[in-house]
Design a binder for this molecule. Structure first.
Ligand code: BGC
Length: 258
């Protein structure tokens, strides 16, 4: 396989998606394959799913993985939508022991943000702006960039909104929309409570919406009232996969891993 084609995996609370990514252009070089996230989403069960992705693509080489948790130096330190036994686990070691490959892990929203800033809707704002990427999936993820540099592990789905007893991602997410059969109007209004608050607190120049719900942006954007410039992620749901692969390529280069 060409060395600029890297397997990217986007681990979510509902699905685990992967595909081959050309990291020089930020484009998919294969279809994106998706498996359901096992329940419970333990390290062992998820390593089995990752192995199926590696086998499907008959992949050899370094792998990038976006993971739905705080990821510090490859170690998960939260577990909102996955099994608690992940806390303290080294993600790359868990997947590496099963597959025999070298994995580089980062937070999933950070992965989506990196791809968006490098290859997607964020490119035009990479030089001179604060950009907030928000991913709307099973949970709510965030990635904040100043002039293209990432502030990692922004856990914006964990904040409390006024008059709410649950954290923001338990109040509104793409999963909540789907599970409850919510209209886009109702979704947009709820999501706006979250987004307008985040906009008011962080005051980014630009907010880019990604994740599973972002493909419906035209359906709910009229309900979103923020001061920031609002954009739809052009890479849509592939951003996490592309960003994970790009991250792995960069880390491997820095470490001199071939
Ligand atoms: C997690 C974040 C993650 C987000 C999106 C949240 O539940 O706490 O780390 O980025 O979901 O998957």
């Amino acid at each position: 396989m060409e060395d600029h084609v890297i397997l990217g995996i986007d681990v979510g609370g509902t699905g685990i998606k992967g595909g081959l990514v050309d990291v020089s252009t930020g484009t998919m070089r294969s279809e994106r394959l998706r498996f359901d996230t096992p329940a419970p989403a333990t390290p062992e069960a998820m390593a089995g799913t990752v192995q199926m992705l590696v086998d499907h693509f008959q992949y050899q080489g370094v792998v990038g993985v976006g993971f739905p948790a705080i990821v510090r130096r490859g170690v998960a330190s939260s577990a909102s939508n996955i099994d608690d036994s992940w806390i303290g686990a080294n993600i790359g070691e868990v997947f590496g022991q099963r597959t025999g490959l070298r994995f580089y892990a980062l937070n999933d929203a950070d992965a989506a943000g990196i791809a968006t800033m490098k290859f997607g809707a964020g490119r035009q704002y990479a030089e001179d702006a604060t950009v907030l990427m928000v991913t709307i999936g099973t949970g709510l993820g965030g990635a904040l960039f100043l002039n293209g540099d990432l502030l990692p592990n922004l856990e914006i789905g964990q904040i409390y909104l006024r008059n709410q007893k649950v954290i923001a991602e338990q109040y509104i997410s793409n999963k909540i929309r789907k599970d409850s059969g919510m209209s886009f109007k109702a979704f947009g209004k709820r999501f706006n409570k979250f987004l307008s608050h985040v906009d008011f607190v962080l005051n980014p120049d630009v907010i880019i919406l990604g994740g599973g719900a972002s493909k419906y942006f035209p359906e709910f954007k009229r309900h979103l009232k923020v001061n920031a410039i609002l954009e739809q992620a052009t890479l849509l749901n592939d951003a996490g996969t592309i960003g994970a692969a790009y991250h792995a390529a960069r880390c491997a280069r820095l470490e001199g891993v071939g």
